[in-house]
Write a protein that binds this ligand. Sequence first.
Ligand SMILES: Nc1ncnc2c1ncn2[C@@H]1O[C@H](COP(=O)(O)OP(=O)(O)OP(=O)(O)O)[C@@H](O)[C@H]1O
Ligand SMILES: [Mg+2]
Length: 197
Amino acid sequence: MANAPATVPSTSDVVIRLEDVSLFYGSFRAVRDISYPFRTHAITAIIGPSGCGKSTLLRSINRMNDLVPSARATGRMMFHGEDLYGDGVDPVEVRRRIGMVFQKANPFPKSIYDNVAFGPRVNGFKGNLDDLVEQSLRRASLWDDVKESSSSRAWPCRAASSNACASPAPSPPSPRSSSWTSPARRSIPAPRCSSRN
Ligand SMILES: Nc1ncnc2c1ncn2[C@@H]1O[C@H](COP(=O)(O)OP(=O)(O)OP(=O)(O)O)[C@@H](O)[C@H]1O
Ligand SMILES: [Mg+2]
């Protein structure tokens, strides 16, 4: 990373700290030597041209790149002072705590209801699922469009609503991973682009 923040935040102000992070696909280094303290309660934008490694960096922080066989990381990524790649760290728990919203919606091939209900079901939600789905669709301003077919639960997941049904917010994010209050806008340069040679 070319630029460091003007002031060095204290440890308690940092939610995620990257230290000399490089990310590889096989022998190709897609992200090179990133060190950066992501502050709590702040929005940080990573801006750069297509292919420069933004998604690779984000997927590595929440351990989604573990699912790419050729992917590997060097350096350290700390979350609240804990090494995200440390021994015994459960990648599923990491993904639970560090959420990710994708630029392209990927709804499951199920009804809207089942897409919205998927996360709560997996997490053993014991409350009223119908209410939760309705609340979520209301918050996404979709309820009025789909409520007529809600009783049959046979809601086709069409393109118009796929964005919301792929990324509904049926439960608030974990406080440990969220930075919603009083956001201060910050931006950092994108990872340097690497050539394949
Ligand atoms: N699964 C993969 N296997 C091999 N190379 C990959 C893989 N995913 C990404 N890459 C390569 O890593 C580099 C960074 O890609 P990445 O998708 O992180 O860029 P990006 O900045 O998010 O781009 P965009 O703005 O288009 O989303 C690119 O050269 C890309 O071709
Ligand atoms: Mg991307």
